[in-house]
Structure formats: C-alpha cells, structure tokens
Design a protein around this ligand. Structure first.
Ligand code: MTE
Ligand code: MO
Length: 472
C-alpha cells in the first residue's frame, strides 16, 4: 500500500464514469472499480458513489464494513489519497438521501439516514386502523422515487423454469387481476427491542412499542399472479419459496430482498397480496409506492416495498436479510461465533401484547378507585391466530384479571391486532402492571425478556411490564 501512487480528491472526482474509469475512495485508499461495476448484477446504480468517498454509503449499512468486503475492495486499490483530503472526497459524494419524502413531525425518529421512526405510544392504537401519516417507517436505504409516467417501472415475475415469466406494469396488474383487500397489522421483528436491550445490550434499532401498525391494504392476490405464471397449487412445491426484490439497494448494488414460503403465497386463505393502496389511498413512497408485498401474519421484513421482481425458487432468498439477519438464537450465542445458517429466517411472529397508556413510570389518577388501562393497548399474534384472552396482573403474577377485548376477533385468519381494556381496583400508591396475551393456539408470552434475550434483539415478546404511580 505504501508504494502506491498518491491521488488528490480532485483526481478521484475526475473519474466518475466509464469513459474515464470509475474511482472511489475509502479512508486513505483510492480504488478503480470500473471492472467491478460491469460484473455486478445491480449495474450502474453504484455510480452514485463514483468520484468520491464511499463512506457515506457504507455508514448506511454496517454490513459493508465486513472484512470480506474490505478485502474484495483491496483488489481494486490503485493508490492512496493525498493526506488530509478524506473529507474533501466525502464532499464529492451526491447525498443519496437528498430526495427523501416529508414525514409527520409526531413520529419518534430512531435514525435519520436511513429513516427509521415509530408511532408514539400515546397515539398508537387510538384507532383500530393506524393513520398512514403516523404509521411507523423502517428503511434500510434511501427511498426510491418511482415515476410511473416514465414507463420505467414494471414487475418482473419469474417461475421456476426460465420459460415461465411475466412482465407487468402497474396498470396491467390492476386490470388483469381482481382486487382484494385485507386488514392486517405490520410489525417489525425488532418491535419492543428497547425492553430487551435493558436486560443486556443488543444490536439493532431501539424500538419502543410503536414499530407496529394496522392498516387496510388493497392489491391483487399473489396467488392469482403465480397461477397465471403456471405455478401449480400442489404439495409437490410445498418447500419452495417466493423471492421478492425491492428497488432499494445497498452500496454494492444488491437490492433489499427476502423470501416467503410458496405455500403461504399459494394459500387461498393466506391473503398475500401485491398492494398498491394503504388505507384507501395510493401507497406513499415511505410505505413502498408503487407496490409492496403484504404478507399477513408474517414479520415486517418480508413485506418488500418498491417491489420490482418476484421469483419462484426451490431455495430461500440468499440475501443478507434472509440469511444473516432476522433470526433468533440461544441467549448465550454471540456475534463472533454464531453460525447464522443454524436458525430459520423469521416468518410468522409469536404472540405479543402491550400497554401504551399509562406509560412506564407515569403517574395516573384512579377513576372510582380503579386503575384504567383503557387508553391504548394492543395484542396480536402471527399466522392469523386470533387473540382469545388478555391477562393482567397487578401483583407480579400471583393473581390475574381478564381484560375485555374491544375489536372483533376471529380464531383464524385474524391478521389485525386486537385492542383491549381493563379497569382494575388498586389500593397501593405504586404498582407494577403486567400484561400477556393468549392466542387461539393457546400460545402465550414468556414472562421475562432475559430468557428469550438474543443478540439481535428480535421477537422481544416477554410480558409487557410497566410501573405506575397512582393518585387516589
Ligand atoms: N422493503 C424494502 N424494499 N426495503 C426495506 O428496507 N424494510 C422491511 C420491510 N420491507 C424494507 C422493506 C422491514 S424490516 C419492515 S419492518 C417493513 O418493511 C416496514 O414497513 P413500513 O416502513 O411500511 O412500516
Ligand atoms: Mo423490520
């Protein structure tokens, strides 16, 4: 490295396209990635970083700072940056976040770039249907901007055999297939992570209880599209998968991609749709305009936004998000040693429940001597399993009260959350409130976060425990 030529940030900036060659810098290294671009499936999207430092891109997503990617980069190294010019090289970068949509100021921001924000608990379930403007947002990258009038946008759908393929634009999709609406809650695998983080630090966004919302989604059934493609509704393909690609990409031009079991997609009662509407309106950019997958009962990570490609495959997606993220491990597993291939990707989520009002640590006034847990609270389970009961304890689990369920609940195919309320007598000044839900398969929540603790902080579904002070 020491003997290599020295280039200024201007030299790097003068190499931004294929005629001059494409150079980038990373820390003090200068790299000619012209040949790398060609060999890359994501093609020239990587040119966004051309002529400047890739660091702003790489901080978007820590995975790229892995040794194997750094080693790969070193193969393209041609020289060193003039000392002290690292910051100049950074300025030559176009900001990939320059074109983000406006967001509602009430959202609690967890990270700005990429944008991640949740609904404050005080607003969360005031409504059975969460208003789109305050619905939580979880992005891994900058938000794609699709111009439907430009004809650039279409959805490529590929079967197991290359001959099976369809290419549809949004209008075609809407005219060919019958619309279908579904009311379904969307929850991030990391919802409530902050409660787990309190036990012992985990890696991930510090979500409180608001990385979840409930909406009415309208679109076309994925099943109908796949039947058209020639996919058989038979048990021969029970272990196959459907892969989805979004338009958003990581700095190596790999799109956000994941997969779900084909059996879920083909299930006529599975309600998997390709949605173009949310709460009666065109999808917003933040929620996947123009098209996203809605996989009711399944974790948020599989609901791919800005959908551009669907592929039926015998194997799961090979993406980072399917293979090396969104999995849970034994509480003693650690990042350094864990073998990600030993755990399945999260699909259906376990049962969970939350008290949003009062909040942990709040002082509340009794009504007729009773503590009112009637503000904001939800319970939900994955796989369409309805909530059959919500239990509350005010004495650390010695005795339990049964809450009243407010929203209508089905036992199966119940994709939406269920709100509940309880008015409970309390005779003490300080009390700890515990809640847990029971789903239609009699699954319930584990008591402590400590025993389900996992390094990624996913599926933090222990009892929700809050401390409240009461004014008699
Ligand atoms: N789809 C794409 N293309 N890119 C993403 O970053 N994030 C996923 C999922 N779909 C993501 C995506 C995750 S982890 C979640 S929890 C949900 O989208 C969040 O959806 P929302 O932002 O509409 O609430
Ligand atoms: Mo998520």
């Amino acid at each position: 490295v020491d003997g290599l030529p020295v280039y200024s940030s201007n030299d790097v900036a003068n190499h931004r396209d294929e005629t001059t060659g494409v150079w980038i810098s990373y820390k003090s290294g200068v790299y000619d990635i012209t040949s790398f671009i060609k060999s890359h499936p994501g093609g020239n999207k990587i040119l966004l970083g051309a002529g400047g430092s890739v660091e702003p891109f790489w901080t978007l997503y820590a995975i790229h700072k892995q040794p194997q990617i750094l080693a790969l980069m070193e193969e393209y190294r041609i020289g060193n940056l003039t000392k002290g010019e690292e910051h100049l090289a950074m300025m030559n970068m176009d900001d990939p976040y320059a074109n983000e949509p406006q967001r509602h100021p009430v959202l609690t921001i967890r990270t700005k770039k990429p944008f991640n924000a949740e609904t404050p608990a005080s607003l969360l379930v005031e409504n059975f249907i969460t208003p789109t403007e305050i619905f939580y947002i979880r992005h891994h990258f900058p938000v794609p901007d699709v111009d439907l009038s430009s004809d650039d946008y279409s959805i490529e759908i590929v079967g197991i055999d290359e001959k099976q393929s369809l290419n549809l634009n949004l209008d075609q999709l809407k005219t060919v297939y019958t619309p279908h609406s579904v009311t379904a809650s969307l929850q991030c695998s990391g919802n409530r992570r902050s409660e787990m983080n309190r036990v012992k630090p985990v890696k991930g966004l510090e979500w409180a209880q608001g990385a979840m919302g409930n909406a009415v989604w309208k679109g076309v059934r994925l099943r109908d599209v796949l039947l058209d493609l020639g996919v058989k509704d038979s048990d021969e393909n029970d272990n196959w998968h459907v892969r989805f690609d979004g338009l958003d990409m990581d700095p190596t031009s790999a799109p956000y991609a994941v997969s779900i079991p084909l059996s879920k997609a083909m299930d006529p009662r599975g309600d998997v749709i390709l949605a173009y509407e949310m709460n009666g309106e065109t999808l917003t950019r933040d929620h996947g305009f123009p098209l996203r997958v809605v996989v009711p009962g399944t974790t948020g990570a599989r609901w791919v936004k800005w959908l551009t490609r669907i592929e039926v495959s015998k194997n799961e997606s090979e993406s980072h998000w399917q293979q090396n993220d969104y999995k849970s491990f034994n509480p003693s597993a650690d990042w350094a040693k864990v073998d990600w291939s030993t755990a399945p990707a999260i699909q259906e989520m376990p049962v969970t429940s939350v008290i949003c009002d009062p909040q942990d640590g709040e002082t509340t006034t009794l009504q007729d001597g009773k503590l009112q847990l009637r503000g904001l609270r939800y319970a939900w389970s994955g796989g369409g399993r309805g909530i059959v009961r919500v239990d509350i304890s005010l004495d650390l689990g010695k005795t339990w009260h049964v809450a009243e369920l407010i929203d209508p609940v089905g036992l199966n195919r119940q994709w939406a959350w269920t709100r509940w309320r309880a008015d409970l007598p309390v005779a003490v000044k300080e009390t700890e409130v515990w809640v847990r839900a029971v789903d239609s398969a009699y699954n319930t929540q584990p008591e402590g976060m400590e025993h389900i603790w996992n390094m990624r902080g996913v599926m933090a579904v222990g009892y929700h425990k809050i401390k409240v002070s009461v004014n008699a």
